[in-house]
Design a protein around this ligand. Structure first.
Ligand code: SF4
Length: 450
């Protein structure tokens, strides 16, 4: 049973010192009970109270890490059912399925394409996260050979889909660190738990029902295997989606620990239609897939899925922002125009895309206005002459260009005079109101040379 806010309050020092960042112990207790605070934030809680409160302070959904190093994937630790309640934290991992009976050259080609399928969007790198290798051949040595081949071709962490002997051979052959072992069932739970403990690896659990899921995760927890990932075993969109919703609600709303783990889903095994596979993956990216395994992650599907995930896993209470600074577009030089706009990611994305599309070189200055769009930032007193002038003054733009002409968005034409006063020696030019008019503007625009 989860503890209530009052149960937690009784264990706190009740000094209201505020060092946890919350003014009173009672408010802190309520926040902790709701999963919105960590017990570690209170430096004065006793060891005895800590032990009593461990249940309440543990996140309702466990975080699970797969792999080690730069390509580590962390899933789980979600605190809300609906994104607008707070935010979703750890984006799901997209995994490409490789079967060990596939043609060797085909596997090479798939992995090479997967590695290339990486994009930069609003300052973030979008790519897949995992490779799932399945022992379809049933042969232990073939599986180990393919796993070795995959690790030699790509650094992404692996999901090893096989029975215990084949997994053990593959882990030894490829010296894998923290692959996800797939999967413990009622029939093989002891062998799989033994491997998970031996290699300190996370383990997937595949029950036949919600009741069996609770039994299996309880048993594994008792055996000391705590990093678990749930596969509900269903292979239709409707059933899988239902189970994802059930487990999320049981974990977060009912605080049922046996269901408090991230999930793995298999669009690859739910449909033979490549486009429907993308549809299933999109549904699970929205709710509540932890890992999404696809047999086809070709660029046209991958980009759409990556962007969807990026949008779902941004904080709805904080606009996506681009880092302040000057961005070169189309290889600008010292004669190229200098433009400024705000750091709202969508503004940056639209303006930079239009400049790129124009094929005209330019320097795009991004001013930090807490992620607001141009007009909103101006109305909020953030995209104003003092701030823009301070940004230009601190930047190194005058090392890059030999002119002092600055183009501002047409929507803030009213600040041009004041900005010219703030920016001594600069000429301020009012650019187009709409981003779509930037290409035509740039084609006829020449900065005034010093
Ligand atoms: S730091 Fe601890 S003692 Fe101080 S207000 Fe927060 S909960 Fe209370």
């Amino acid at each position: 049973m989860a503890l209530t806010g009052m149960d937690i309050f009784k264990q706190l020092p009740k000094t209201n010192c505020g060092e946890c960042g919350i003014p009173t112990c009672l408010a802190f207790a309520m926040k902790l009970a709701a999963g919105g605070a960590s017990l570690e934030a209170c430096p004065h809680v006793s060891e005895e109270a800590k032990a009593k409160l461990s249940e309440a302070s543990a996140p309702p959904m466990r975080g699970v890490t797969i792999g080690e190093g730069d390509y580590t994937l962390k899933i789980g630790e979600e605190l809300v059912v609906y994104r607008h309640e707070k935010t979703f934290f750890n984006p799901p991992g997209y995994a490409l399925l490789v079967e060990d009976n596939e043609d060797s050259a085909a596997i090479d080609a798939k992995l090479a394409l997967l590695k290339e399928t990486s994009y930069e969007r609003v300052g973030q790198i979008l790519r897949a996260d995992l490779v799932a290798v399945k022992n379809t051949s049933g042969d232990v040595n073939t599986f180990a050979d393919v796993v070795k081949k995959v690790t030699g071709a790509i650094e992404y962490p692996l999901i090893l889909m096989a029975e215990a002997p084949a997994i053990e051979a593959a882990v030894e052959a490829a010296s894998l660190a923290k692959p996800l072992l797939y999967a413990a069932t009622a029939a093989n739970i002891d062998a799989m738990a033994g491997l998970a403990k031996k290699y300190s690896a996370p383990l997937a659990v595949k029950p036949t029902s919600l009741e069996e899921l609770a039994e299996l995760t309880d048993k594994l927890d008792g055996m000391g295997v705590k990093d678990l990932v749930i596969d509900m075993g269903t292979r239709t969109l409707k059933e899988t989606f239902q189970n994802l919703v059930f487990t999320r609600r049981l974990a977060l709303k009912k605080k049922q620990r046996p269901f408090g783990y991230p999930t793995i889903t298999f669009p690859a095994e739910e449909t033979d239609d490549d486009m429907m596979e993308a549809v299933h993956a999109a549904v699970y990216a929205i709710k509540y897939g932890g890992i999404i395994v696809l047999r086809d992650l070709s660029p046209e599907k991958a980009y759409a899925l990556f962007v969807l995930r990026q949008n779902i896993y941004t904080d709805p209470q904080r606009p996506m922002q681009v880092e302040q600074g000057f961005y070169p577009i189309n290889n600008p030089n010292e004669d190229s125009p200098v433009l400024v706009t705000t750091n709202f990611s969508l503004t940056y994305f639209i303006v930079s895309s239009e400049i790129e599309g124009s094929k005209m070189p330019a320097w795009l200055g991004i001013v930090d206005v807490d992620g607001l769009s141009t007009l909103t930032a101006w109305a909020a007193g953030k995209f104003v002459p003092e701030r823009i002038a301070a940004f230009i003054g601190k930047s190194d733009i005058l090392d890059k260009v030999k002119h002092k002409t600055l183009v501002i968005p047409g929507y803030v034409a009213q600040i041009s005079g004041e900005l010219e006063e703030e920016l001594q020696g600069w000429k301020v030019v009012v650019g187009p109101r709409e981003a779509a008019d930037i290409p035509a503007f740039l084609k006829s625009f020449q900065p005034v040379m010093a």
